[in-house]
Design a protein around this ligand. Sequence first.
Ligand code: ATP
Length: 650
Amino acid sequence: MDSKYFISGKSTITVPSKRKIKLNDLTDQKCLYLQTKQLSGCSIEEERKKLPVFNCRDRILKELETNDTLLIMGETGSGKTTQIPQFLLYSAHARNGVIAVTQPRRVAAITIAKRVAQELSTTVGDIVGYTVRFEDMTSHKTRIRFLTDGVLLREAICDRLLRKYSIIMLDEAHERTVNTDVLLGIVKEAQHKRCIQKLPGLKLIITSATMDIDHFGKYLNVRGMYLEGRTHSVRVLNTKEHQADYMHAVLVTVFEVHRTTPINHDILIFLTGKEEIEVLAQQIRQLAKINSVGSSDVRVFTLYSQLAQGKQLECFLPVPLNTRKIVIATNIAETSITIPGIRCVIDCGFVKEKSYSPTSGLDILQTVRISKAQAWQRSGRAGRDAPGTCYRTYTKEEMLSFENSAEPEILRANLTSTTLQLLALGINIQDFNLLDSPNVKCISNAYTTLENLGAIKSAKLPNITSLGRLMSQFPLDPKYSKLLLSAPTFGCMEEMLSLVAVLSTENIYVNPPDKMELATLAHAKFKSKYGDHLTLLNIYKCFEKTEKTKLWCHDNFLNIRNLIYARNVRCQLLEISTKLGLSFNSCGENLDSVRKCLITGLFGNIAVLQKDEMVLTGRNFLRQVVEINSEWVEDVVPFIKDLSYINIEK
Ligand SMILES: Nc1ncnc2c1ncn2[C@@H]1O[C@H](COP(=O)(O)OP(=O)(O)OP(=O)(O)O)[C@@H](O)[C@H]1O
């Protein structure tokens, strides 16, 4: 082993804990791994016909003849997502409508659609297409449509029987997103109603490599179907000892792999969030620069949800010869996706999980241990186009204490948006037969918030109002749709469209770790004394006025891709608003209108608090957003229920 590999420089790098590591420190450090499992595998084969699922084609089609619902479990990479829709394409089952394949994440929907289009020698938007929020790449020719579960749920609002579809495949069901859970119930109901109304049937296929098949089976009243076989073997290694600093363990492992494996073995690293990812990316780039292996190179890509879509897709492209691709991702890369070239996965064993606190009414982001199912999904990202290895920076014993699967999102999420969508479908969430029933307090909070937004008449008797129905037409959080629906009255529709578009976009700021001060200075130019919302609006307005947008964004440390994305979102929101007959007006420089309008939507958010907390938070909130001014109160009161809790004059 060439331990000198690490020590050609004297530079230091900063790790998140602000601890400085000397490159020399890494020399003697190695994470000792123990091989814990060798997943049995077949020989290396790349053609789709050699995928294990291929042998099950006839079995699947036959099962569908006698069953309306199939529950299919097969190994990661066995070909479920890419192949099953193709088996169905020319089958009798797909004669009466489009095949929908849902994915919990947009990046998966897009990349799989591209792959399947490639396999069918067509282009995306032809026979195969995808639809994700604010982007539709389908046409009247599209027969297989990959879409996020959120998009399909939204479509159900317009047509509860989902008549456009002949087959719906809910993929990655183990992820237990709220949307997939709700869709299970909706599709089940659509199957039943279509049968009663003698409409063409609807087949439902649920797929995953790691779902709790008994639980699903009981709910759907079907037996599970197992597809045997694995495409390529994945060697799984756990650290011998507990690693107190997983970032450090990951870094050491990256360079061990870099030093000891062929340069075309690309690496995928799982960390918990953007900050960690950016820090590690910088460390790897710095270390690789001064420690190159011969003429080889390292290209580091990052993959997390706040990245602009175009940037997220960069890691799927091939890199030049003699270059090792290193992708550092959050759990967004955990299921479904194939990043070509990945032979090695390094899993830190943690994930950031969003949960909703029914007592405070706030969403909390916490770093928690992954589940066993997530660990297997992560290792499954290696061994897709060749045998692979997965390094886990936790011990085998530690893994024993992991939960079998992550807690379903429906048991820990803020349910306001889902509750409104269901109400628009005529379904009361508390009466809806779901795979797991949500917490009663979460449901009552959702009703209270919707009541405060004016979307339902009363939390006790949750009948959707006409305003609520309009709100459900926007693919937005209800508080943002409320803003758009209130804006014409306040005379600030143009401004609110821009603001909501920016709020629906990932971070528009660029904060390079080495130029933090310059970036802060540049951003300060746009700062509004009335808070973040008006600052964002300022930025968007300046962006639209600028001709040389690229240079302007660069000079102002702003993300051009995300601002362009916001512009597209704005166009679509404008389209929906026009369809709903909303008038388009502008308040010009009089931003007081925007501030007043903001109260109508954002207030709903804090309204689930206890009365005492609400008085306090409400007052602070009003202070932040508006001047405490009785004239304003007159304007906003009709939009807010229960404002009487707050003594505005104080
Ligand atoms: N974008 C892609 N680029 C290259 N190869 C791909 C791509 N997508 C899929 N493949 C190939 O097809 C195989 C099957 O992928 P597919 O996504 O259908 O499997 P899966 O059983 O659905 O896996 P998972 O349970 O992990 O989602 C992969 O192992 C890989 O060899």
